[in-house]
Design a protein around this ligand. Structure first.
Ligand SMILES: O=C(O)CCC(=O)N[C@@H](CCC(=O)O)C(=O)O
Ligand code: ZN
Length: 335
């Protein structure tokens, strides 16, 4: 992958290039540092417009390496482009330093204009919002389906390694079973249906760009070059298929895919917050009814749900942010 788009970006060498054309007719434009757009030779024939993002958390490197492989394949002419595709490498400085974030968690900085605090990560999030609005405005004009996959890896282990978070749809819209079924063909084994608004990148594109958007967790966060244990072959084949115009056949959510709804988010209200469950617990670990999850300013969070599981337990976050999710299985209309 020498001299790849990622390597150039990390070395601070990306210049905003004018659109140019590959020998196979694909149009390429570098929109900003770490943001590159591909458009097919015959845009009228395309079936969808898609944003693929990674590295919103700088230490989640497996999806960054995956997206860099895809960008290289396109630039080298090995992958034919029959969709409009915007590839986003999110928090570049955090990637350089191998950390989740520098000052602020970028995935808590979307949908927050105009009251968001200033800072490099807030400015980058606002710039990415503008890039997506611009990218998808053409999709709206041309009535093309809009898709956004924001690719992550998790801090801890997980009883279900690959899962997606489906942001709460805009008012008047519902979760789309077709989108969930497609993810199953990409190796995703569970989907969590969100029940509240959010400040994540995928919530932004769902809410403000009308995209079918997901946060996708693809394994455990490891440093660059140490992702041999994460098998992304199904996801890679699926994304290559979408880019080259091969939509998956299945439109039924398979029985093996776990469907959960987010019952509640545990928000850290003060510095007195104490997590009572093991912060290193695997995602999807069952929580018995009556378990004390956490305490905060004299208030106890107790599991009252039947068949509850924990996702993303983490007390080391800023006040006001979420310290974990409680999810429950759901058998909804999706199946
Ligand atoms: O493992 C963890 O604790 C965090 C992994 C991660 O970054 N997850 C995303 C999920 C975003 C969403 O809820 O859509 C995050 O916390 O930003
Ligand atoms: Zn992440």
């Amino acid at each position: 992958m020498s001299n790849s788009f990622l390597e150039q970006t990390l070395a601070g060498k990306t210049c905003i290039a004018l659109p140019y054309c590959l020998p196979n007719g694909t149009h390429v434009q570098v929109m900003d540092e770490g943001v590159i757009r591909f458009e097919p030779k015959n845009p009228g024939d395309r079936q969808l417009d898609m944003v693929l993002s990674c590295g919103i958390h700088g230490n989640e490197t497996a999806p960054v390496e995956l997206l860099d492989r895809i960008v290289s394949q396109i630039l080298e002419g090995q992958l034919k482009v029959r969709a409009r595709v915007l590839c986003v490498f999110g928090n570049i400085e955090a990637m350089r330093q191998g950390v989740r974030c520098i000052d602020q968690d970028m995935n808590r900085l979307f949908c927050r204009l105009p009251d968001v605090e200033d800072g490099d990560e807030a400015r980058r999030a606002a710039m990415l919002e503008m890039q997506l609005m611009r990218f998808f405005s053409r999709s709206i004009q041309d009535s093309k389906p809009r898709l956004h996959y924001d690719l992550h890896t998790a801090i801890h282990g997980s009883l279900i390694e690959k899962f997606a978070i489906y942001p709460l749809p805009p008012q008047g819209r519902d979760f789309d079973p077709l989108q969930v079924a497609r993810l199953a063909s990409a190796g995703v084994d569970a989907v969590l249906l969100q029940s509240t608004t959010s400040t994540t990148f995928s919530f932004f594109s769902s809410q403000h760009c009308g995209a079918a958007a997901f946060t996708i967790e693809l394994g455990r966060a490891m440093p660059f070059g140490q992702n041999g244990g994460v098998d992304l072959s199904k996801m890679q084949a699926y994304l290559e298929g979408l880019i080259s115009g091969d939509l998956p056949d299945g439109d039924v959510v398979p029985a093996h895919l776990g469907l959960y709804k987010v019952s509640r988010e545990i928000i850290k209200q003060s510095d007195a917050f104490v997590l009572h469950i093991d912060a290193k617990m695997d995602n999807f670990t069952p929580l018995a009814p009556g378990t004390i999850l956490a305490e905060d300013e004299g208030m106890q969070y107790v599991v009252h749900e039947t068949d509850a599981r924990v996702i993303f337990p983490n007390p080391d976050i800023a006040v006001g942010q979420r310290a974990g999710l409680v999810i429950v299985p759901t058998e909804s209309y999706l199946r």
